[in-house]
Design a protein around this ligand. Structure first.
Ligand code: FPP
Length: 244
């Protein structure tokens, strides 16, 4: 095409990336830069989720885990915590249920201790999980999630079911089981840390950090992250043929 705009071509990740984790950071700063309340940043962040899931699906990536609320996020002012809970509820009802699950593409599961969430949110989580059996794509929403907490819970569950503790047994009881460990973990917002996200699963993940704030993380940004991954060599602690 000589004239006009062309959508960036989608690199096919199928076979190279099957699972992606995303730390959606930078909503507060996005809002502050615009003189808006922090919650407006979270709303703008939620509005990005569908677009990002769609691009990942078009690329052939079947498993996505989104960090929506951590076990540490309760330390924020009550007004912000309540606002995020309302926003997540509204987003689950209006977008996740109506578009992301109902269009037949994604099953949605919740990773984290949802038992302490507001009752109407818990009920919505239960209903959404029940809608999405046997889908080709799966999205885990990490809500009241902590990686250390998840490992402790997995060990307890393995012991309760009489299993010998092994890597396989711990993996089997994670929230994200039986999905594969993330090939790629993306963190927006400029910080370069894991913040208690998928600690067990990220043992051999590749990391992609960007200064882009989550509400600005659009289709082109997803493509850049995936292209960065596709340019890397993974060795999983061993050697590749060409290194020998
Ligand atoms: C981190 O930005 C973002 C959060 C704690 C909330 C993220 C939640 C959403 C985007 C809603 C998504 C909903 C679903 C159901 C997937 P921050 O506040 O730490 O930003 P800052 O570092 O700029 O302060």
């Amino acid at each position: 095409m000589l004239f006009g705009f062309k959508k960036p071509a989608i690199p096919l990740a199928a076979g190279r990336i099957d699972s992606v984790g995303i730390i959606m950071d930078g909503n507060g700063r996005w809002a502050k830069r615009r003189g808006m309340p922090r919650l407006a940043g979270h709303a703008a962040g939620a509005a990005r989720v569908e677009e990002v899931l769609t691009v990942l699906r078009e690329m052939g990536i079947h498993h996505v885990t989104l960090y929506a609320f951590s076990t540490e996020n309760w330390k924020r002012p009550k007004e912000e915590v309540d606002g995020i809970m309302d926003l997540v509820y509204k987003y689950l009802r209006e977008v996740v249920r109506e578009k992301i699950v109902s269009d037949g593409h994604f099953a949605v599961r919740f990773a984290g201790d949802t038992s302490v969430l507001p009752e109407k949110l818990r009920e919505e989580c239960r209903e959404i999980e029940a809608m999405g059996e046997n889908k080709e794509f799966i999205c885990y929403v990490a809500l009241n999630y902590g990686g250390r907490d998840e490992i402790v819970r997995s060990v307890k569950r393995a012991l309760e079911s009489g299993e010998e503790i092994s890597e396989a047994a711990i993996s089997r009881h994670l929230y994200t089981s039986p999905s594969p460990d993330p090939d790629l973990i993306i963190r927006t917002g400029g910080d370069m840390r894991i913040s208690n996200f998928l600690l067990w699963q990220s043992a051999y993940s590749e990391f992609y950090f960007t200064k882009t704030l989550w509400p600005d993380f659009d289709r082109g940004e997803v493509i850049r992250a995936v292209e960065s991954f596709l340019g890397r060599k993974r060795r999983f602690g061993g050697l590749n043929k060409e290194d020998k």
